[in-house]
Write a protein that binds this ligand. Structure first.
Ligand SMILES: C[S@@+](CC[C@H](N)C(=O)[O-])C[C@H]1O[C@@H](n2cnc3c(N)ncnc32)[C@H](O)[C@@H]1O
Length: 403
């Protein structure tokens, strides 16, 4: 979608087409085609083309409808009023994560915030909604137009502009935010080369009042002195890390866990074992599986202290304790018994217990749960969860019950 087409989409005629396309899509959506629920996109596209003969405009309207539907997972109901580009949606921060960051920044009461690479406005919206005076810039004119349209559609204030953040005079802004576009920074591998704006720009930015979103794989050694790194998970999945400049930092490392039940945070300040040897203990009555944000932040010993427990193995993120706790930072399991680690004996033990459907968890062992499940070929009636791990180099299997 080019800028002209998007600008047209915002006119009265464009809005009428968008509404019509949404109806045509909804009418067709979930239709039973050959016994399967699906949308016949070609048929919808043809129907939209009957309303709007301009191919580009028709395609842009239908794409918006599809992207809005897809974006509900990230933005909730707001998505149905918003505008997207496919990449812009892909890169946008999830609503709950952006809202947390914006609330935290707003609590520091900066006079304003500039979003240096605002994309379609995922973070920009959250800053504005948190009551901050907000400006967003991006190199890409379409994204800038989309971000502005999103602020307008949601009735939020804020200015946007096409600009190169590396050339911008930031003196007039109370705080800056950056979410650099990254290549190869997904998952476990963190690669700070090839960022736009570059990593050197991020390091400079962190010398002023700022917050920078980075990939969760960032190494602790890359976090500059005085800067706080906050790892954030949403619904059990680690989404990102934020680097908070020294004047906004309240800890060195923080794990924030967001779920439908709310938000909790833990820091290195809460960890009696920071800088000391990790507390390793014998298997207790309960096993705890820390959230990914806690693990990435290196705060497993902090959450272990919270349940008066320790680690089963100093290098593996399983916590054990005799005490039974529910913790938002960890999944909790009751340890029923220990089972043999050797596969033949393990299978015999599971068969003896009439176990069928089985959840296999593992950490620190080279086993593919799916393949093990197939090999075990259990046919019993009883559901079970087993945990495969290593303690001091020795494989162990725990039969557990989630609570
Ligand atoms: C990861 S996206 C931002 C997503 C945004 N935080 C959101 O939630 O929607 C990064 C954005 O930075 C922009 N960008 C990259 N280099 C830039 C530069 N030097 N100046 C301005 N924008 C830049 C890209 O065009 C892209 O839209």
């Amino acid at each position: 979608m080019d800028l002209d087409t998007f600008t047209w989409l915002l006119t009265d005629d464009g809005q009428r087409l968008l509404e019509r396309a949404a109806h045509l899509y909804a009418d067709d959506h979930g239709r039973n085609v050959g016994g399967k629920q699906r949308t016949d996109l070609l048929a919808v596209a043809a129907a939209v083309r009957k309303v709007e003969p301009d191919a580009e405009r028709a395609a842009a309207a239908l794409t918006q409808v599809q992207l809005r539907v897809k974006a509900v997972a990230k933005f909730g109901e707001d998505a149905l009023k918003m505008y997207f580009t496919p990449d812009g949606l892909e890169q946008a921060t999830r609503h709950r994560v952006a809202t947390h960051r914006a609330a935290r920044l707003a609590a520091a009461r900066p006079s304003s915030v500039v979003d240096l690479g605002c994309g379609i406005g995922g973070d920009l919206i959250a800053f504005s909604r948190a009551g901050l005076t907000t400006a967003g810039v991006d190199l890409d004119p379409v994204r800038v137009a989309v971000a502005q349209a999103n602020l307008d559609a949601l009735g939020l204030g804020g200015a946007t502009m096409v600009a190169d953040s590396t050339q911008l005079d930031l003196a007039g802004f109370g705080a800056a935010f950056a979410d650099p576009a990254r290549r190869g920074a997904r998952g476990r591998v963190f690669d700070e080369t090839g960022w736009t704006p570059p990593w050197s720009f991020v390091l400079d930015l962190l010398r002023r009042t700022s917050v920078v979103k980075v990939a969760p794989g960032i190494g602790h050694d890359l976090v500059p002195e005085g800067v706080e790194a906050e790892w954030v998970s949403d619904d059990g999945e680690v989404k990102e890390a934020s680097l908070w400049s020294p004047d906004l930092a309240t800890a060195r490392k923080r794990a924030t866990v967001i779920s439908g039940e709310g938000l909790v945070s833990i820091t290195d300040e809460d960890d009696p074992h920071q800088g000391k040897e990790r507390p390793v203990v014998e298997l207790g009555k309960h096993l705890y599986e820390p959230d990914g944000a806690v693990i990435r932040a290196g705060l497993v010993t902090a959450v272990a202290a919270g349940v008066d427990g320790g680690l089963l193995d100093p290098h593996i993120a399983y916590v054990t304790s005799d005490l039974s706790f529910r913790s938002p930072f960890m999944k909790s399991y009751y340890v029923i018994e220990e089972l043999p680690y050797r596969e033949k004996q393990l299978k015999a033990a599971l068969v003896e217990r009439n176990i069928g459907p089985i959840t296999i968890k593992k950490r620190g062992v080279d086993i593919v749960p799916e393949q093990l499940r197939k090999r075990l070929a259990l046919t019993g009636d009883v559901e079970a969860t087993i945990v495969l791990t290593r303690v001091a180099g020795v494989g162990r299997v725990l039969h557990v019950r989630p609570f």
